[in-house]
Structures are given as C-alpha cells and as structure tokens.
Ligand binder design. Structure first.
Ligand code: PNS
Length: 187
C-alpha cells in the first residue's frame, strides 16, 4: 500500500527478504506473498557468501527466482554481500522480512534482528509466519529428500524441481546398496 510523506508525495514501501535461497521453496513463496500483502515491493536479496558451498550458483538462484515470478513487477531479485542492513539502506528499504517457521527459528532470528537493529536502528525486522503446512520445510531438507529419491513436488516451484533434476541427474530410487556376503573384498 503506497504511503505518503509529509509533503503528500506518494512513497513506496519496500521490504527486503534476504536469504540463501538454495533453492527457493514454497515456504519462501508463502512469505513473499504475505510480504506483498503488506508492502508495495519485496526485493528477494540473495546473500553472496564465498565461504558457503551452495548447490546452485548465485546466477542460477537469480534465474530460478526470476522464472518463479514472471511478470510480477512488485517482486525484484537481487544479490548482496556484506552487511544486510547496509544493503537495505542502499536500496531504500526500511524493512527486513524474515519467516518464522517454528520456535526453533526464534533464537537465531531474534539475535539477528537485534544485531541488525543495533547496526542500523532505522531498519525494522518484521517476522511473518508461513502456513503451518510449511513449518517443517527448508531448502536443506528439500535437497536431501530429492537426492535420496523422495518427492519434492508440492514443496518447491516446478522450476526448482526441474533444476534439481538437471543438477543431480535422474535420481535413482533410494534403495540401499546390496549387502555383500562371504569374504570378498569390499571396494
Ligand atoms: O536463508 P538464510 O541462510 O537463513 O539467510 C541468512 C541471512 C542471509 C539473512 C544472514 O546470514 C545475513 O543477513 N547475512 C548477511 C551478513 C550480515 O548482515 N550479518 C549480520 C547479521 S546479524
């Protein structure tokens, strides 16, 4: 919803939704949808972290997210490195949106929100809860389940499922290797 400043000029509310998005899940989409119901624009900001070894490169994650939101001009995709609050300030966002799935998320998120507030009190963190059906969903679990032959269809956008297939090849059913009997050497 556009707000107006003291002079009556229209001002857009911009929220940054930061994360690794390796890959984006339906839980993230849920939070983005909720963000759009409160803010004019949501910028999905992918952290570029050279110390992490993601499955998808930053470029792949940008492309995946762009493909997930075709023609949605209120959703932007960007990358950042360094401090999140500095990035938010730079792009003119006054809000950081984070999803809270369960109490277990709370401690880390609370710590991060307070540190970000200390670093830049002008940027507010807003927590949003995804639908309960996504409360167990994480990018890490999606990758693990897919790699082991499990279905991820209702957990990620179709483009992610396709990209996972391209990355891992067609995943064999998750059956354990045959057990060797006798005294033959195991290699
Ligand atoms: O999806 P993730 O991995 O939970 O996202 C974590 C993220 C990117 C939000 C967080 O690591 C972050 O903001 N990193 C940027 C560096 C920074 O600002 N650190 C201080 C935050 S207290």
């Amino acid at each position: 919803m556009p707000t107006r400043n003291r002079e009556g000029h229209r001002r857009c509310s911009l929220a940054v939704f930061p994360g690794s998005f390796d890959p984006i899940t339906n839980g993230h989409l849920d939070i983005i949808g909720r963000g759009l119901s409160v803010f004019d624009e949501v910028t999905i900001a992918i952290l570029v972290n050279p110390e992490k070894h993601p499955l998808f490169t930053v470029e792949e994650r940008v492309a995946i997210i762009r493909e997930t939101f075709p023609g949605e001009d209120r959703v932007r995709v960007d990358t950042f490195s360094g401090l999140l609050v500095d990035y938010a300030e730079r792009v003119g966002a006054s809000v950081i949106v984070r999803g809270l799935r369960a109490i277990s998320d709370f401690e880390f998120e609370f710590q991060m929100a307070l540190m970000n507030r200390r670093l830049n009190p002008r940027i507010e963190t807003v927590f949003m809860m995804p639908a309960e059906s996504y409360s167990y969903l994480s990018s890490r679990l999606v990758k693990e389940v897919f790699q082991l032959g499990g279905k991820v269809r209702d957990l990620v956008p179709a483009v992610v499922e396709r990209r996972l297939r391209e990355k891992y090849g067609s995943v064999p059913p998750a059956s354990p290797p045959p057990r060797r009997r006798g005294r033959g050497r195991v290699r």
